[in-house]
Write a protein that binds this ligand. Structure first.
Ligand code: ATP
Ligand code: MG
Length: 405
């Protein structure tokens, strides 16, 4: 059963029990845009206790905030009671919730395009704040006064930039203005949450536009003190020259390509990257320039070629050269030398490809990327050597990294 089918079943069950039940938020936006939605959320006037009574398997993790997770088949759906959030004491977590009407629930949501409901039985969009019009005009606009909405939750400033990047929308002028004015407050949000938003925008192919927005609004400088002006602008240029799909560390390295390695690593500490991501980023930043060396010995070449992130380094260097409108000759020569080596030992094919990883249960998107990377490292390190071993390793990894949102 897909997540969408599960959500539909839940809506029908709630409705046949005389509750209101609608699809809500991001999935409505994505359906209207004909984009693939990754999760379907249900909003209802049933209270958490009603929801847990109606469905056999539920998780009550967020029941206090009106959210119950319903497990159906092998998927899970968030079922949230219409609510308003009262008292944002810390600009992040609502300190209390109050159950409310659908309209009030829409009003607490961040952007008009995220504040719509869809009635899948009547096939009707319920749109209190002009979300459909903003979708057509490709605009990110807060529901209500932007300054107030950002003061309630500073994370929304980054979310605005992320949605603008992912959807290719512009941020409406008043909303954008409020971000510029409030940007310095972003550091009150935890580094992990900041990192998640940055990852969402910088791993998107439209990442250069996102990076420019971060710099122009002052969010970049608020998160990374001293990261502004021409070196930050250079970062956006390098980002625009990367290949389409890149991991977060490569995108970060490109963003900081105009900065010294020590400065960049120090600034990125706030993001609390994983050990592997940290290693990946450090490698890319500190090895920059080495691939341009006139005379690299065969041993040097083999050594660097054997590094798990070698092709990212190569891609980064190419993007830097192109951003500076400098010659690619050294990289082309290097590429030719590598092809002549024809070495399968140094960079064997990954034991499992992306499709195989997803078939084993990895979620499309960043998770597959991270898993593929870690599995490849295990392979290069000799921890796994056959497809069977790789599958066992992946299953273990997936158990350790259960998808949590
Ligand atoms: P994505 O496709 O990235 O998951 P989404 O719109 O589903 O986008 P979520 O973070 O999954 O975003 O949140 C689901 C919905 O909850 C949003 O569409 C929005 O209506 C509401 N929401 C989420 N975070 C906030 C927030 N910080 N402030 C206000 N509303 C929010
Ligand atoms: Mg979502």
């Amino acid at each position: 059963m897909t997540n969408r089918q599960a959500a539909m079943k839940i809506v029908k069950r709630l409705r046949s029990n005389r509750y209101e039940a609608l699809l809500a938020g991001g999935c409505v936006r994505d359906m209207l845009l004909k984009r693939r939605a990754h999760d379907f959320d249900v909003a209802t006037d049933a209270k958490p206790a009603d929801v847990t009574r109606l469905f056999k398997r539920t998780l009550k993790v967020g029941a206090k905030f009106g959210v119950v997770i319903v497990l159906l088949g092998n998927t899970q759906v968030e079922v949230a009671t219409f609510r308003v959030e009262a008292g944002y004491a810390d600009g992040r977590h609502p300190s209390a919730v109050k159950f409310a009407t659908a309209k009030e629930d829409a009003a607490r949501r961040d952007f008009t395009v995220n504040a719509m409901f869809y009635d899948p039985l009547e096939k009707k969009v319920i749109d209190y704040f002009g979300g459909q019009q903003d979708l057509r005009r490709k605009i990110i606009r807060t529901v209500g006064d932007p300054a107030e909405r950002f003061a309630e939750d500073y994370l929304r400033m980054l979310r605005a930039v992320r949605f603008s990047t992912q959807l290719g929308f512009v941020i409406e002028p008043r909303t954008r203005d409020a971000i510029c004015k409030g940007a310095r407050n972003i550091v009150r949000i935890s580094g992990e949450r900041i990192a998640m938003e940055l990852e969402g925008m910088l791993s998107n192919p439209n990442r250069a536009a996102g990076a420019s927005l971060l710099v122009e609004t002052g969010l970049a400088e608020a998160v990374f003190p001293g990261f502004a002006g021409s070196r930050a602008e250079f970062g956006s240029k390098v980002l625009s020259r990367l290949r389409r799909n890149v991991d977060f560390p490569l995108a970060l390295a490109a963003f900081f390509a105009g900065c010294e390695t020590a400065f960049a690593l120090e600034r990125c500490r706030i993001l609390k990257l994983s050990r592997n991501q940290g290693r990946h980023l450090r490698f890319l930043l500190s090895e920059r320039g080495k691939l341009l060396a006139e005379q690299m010995s065969l041993a040097q070449l083999k050594l660097i070629l054997g590094k798990p992130y070698f092709w990212d380094l190569f891609g980064l260097q190419r993007a830097i050269q192109r951003a500076q409108v400098k010659s690619l000759a050294a990289l082309i020569r290097l590429r030719r030398r590598i092809d002549e080596l024809g070495d399968v030992e140094l960079r064997p094919k990954p034991l499992l490809n992306g499709h195989e990883l997803m078939r084993l249960g990895a979620a499309a998107g960043p998770q597959v990327g991270q898993l593929a990377e870690e599995m490849y490292i295990a392979q290069l390190e000799g921890v796994i050597g056959t497809k069977g071993q790789a599958e066992r390793w992946v299953r273990h990894w997936l158990r350790k990294h259960k998808i949590r949102k």
